[in-house]
Ligand binder design. Structure first.
Ligand code: DC
Length: 225
C-alpha cells in the first residue's frame, strides 16, 4: 500500500488537490475531514452535546461511515444514507471542528482510516493529521497552505457554487477561528510533519497546484510521466 498524505488548513485546496492526485495516479481518495463531518452530522441528529467526549466516542464506534467512489466523485454514507451534501454546510463545518477535538473520537477515526487504507493498493489521504498521526510512514507528505484571506475567498466561491451566500468577513472570521482551534488543540494539532513538503499556493491555480504536487509524487514514487 502506497500512501500520499496531504494536510493543511481549511480552504487550502487539499480536497481538490487530493482528488486530482487520486485520479491521476489511480489511487483511492481518503477524505478524513468528510468522516469527521459525517460524525458531526450524526451527533447533531442525535442531539449530542459537542463537548460530550464519551457520547461522541461511542457514537464514532457505532456510526457506519463509508466513503464510496462513484466515478470521479466520492459519496459519503452515514449508516447507509448518502449525506455528501448535508455535511458541507457551514453549520456542520463548525460542528466538525468541535467534535474532532476529543481524543477518544480521534482514536476511533484514525483506526477506521487505517483500515480503509489497508484495503487499497494506493491511497491519497487528506486532512489535518494524516502526515503526522494517521500515516507517519507515508511515501509522500505534503503540507498545503495559503493565506487566510485567499482561503476565505476560495471558500466563499465554493459555497456560492452550492447556492449558499455567505459574506466574506464572516467566512474569514470562521476560518481564523477554526485555524486557531485546529492548531491549539491538545490532540493531533494541525502542524506540518517535520519531513513534509510545504506548498504555499497563494495565487496558484488548481491546475498549477496539482501539476506541482504530481511532479513531486512522481519523483518520490519513481512513477514515469
Ligand atoms: O477538511 P474539512 O474542512 O472537511 O474538515 C472538517 C473538520 O474536521 C475540521 O474542522 C478539522 C477536522 N479534521 C480533523 O480534525 N482531522 C482531520 N484529519 C480532518 C479534519
Amino acid at each position: 500500500m502506497t500512501v500520499i498524505a496531504i494536510d493543511g488548513p481549511a480552504g487550502s485546496g487539499k480536497s481538490t488537490l487530493a482528488r486530482g492526485l487520486a485520479r491521476a495516479l489511480g489511487f483511492l481518495l481518503l477524505d478524513t475531514g468528510a468522516m469527521y463531518r459525517a460524525l458531526a452530522l450524526a451527533a447533531q441528529r442525535a442531539g449530542i452535546d459537542p463537548n460530550d467526549a464519551d457520547a461522541l466516542t461511542q457514537l464514532a464506534q457505532q456510526a457506519a461511515i463509508q466513503l464510496v467512489a462513484q466515478g470521479d466523485a466520492t459519496r459519503v454514507l452515514l449508516n447507509g444514507e448518502d449525506v455528501s451534501e448535508a455535511i458541507r454546510t457551514p453549520e456542520i463545518s463548525e460542528l466538525a471542528s468541535r467534535v474532532s477535538v476529543h481524543s477518544g473520537v480521534r482514536r476511533v477515526m484514525v483506526q477506521q482510516q487505517r483500515a480503509i487504507a489497508a484495503q487499497a493498493y494506493g491511497v491519497v489521504a487528506e486532512g489535518r493529521d494524516t502526515t503526522t498521526v494517521v500515516f507517519p510512514e507515508a511515501a509522500v507528505k505534503i503540507y498545503l497552505n495559503a493565506s487566510p484571506q485567499e482561503r476565505a475567498r476560495r471558500r466563499q466561491q465554493q459555497l456560492q457554487q452550492q447556492g449558499i451566500d455567505a459574506p466574506y468577513e464572516v467566512i474569514l472570521q470562521q476560518i481564523l477561528e477554526r485555524d486557531a482551534r485546529d492548531a491549539a488543540r491538545a490532540e493531533s494539532p494541525l502542524r506540518p510533519a517535520p519531513d513534509a513538503i510545504i506548498l504555499q499556493n497563494d495565487g496558484w491555480s488548481k491546475e498549477q497546484t496539482l501539476e506541482h504536487a504530481l511532479q513531486l509524487c512522481r519523483e518520490r514514487l519513481g512513477v514515469p510521466e
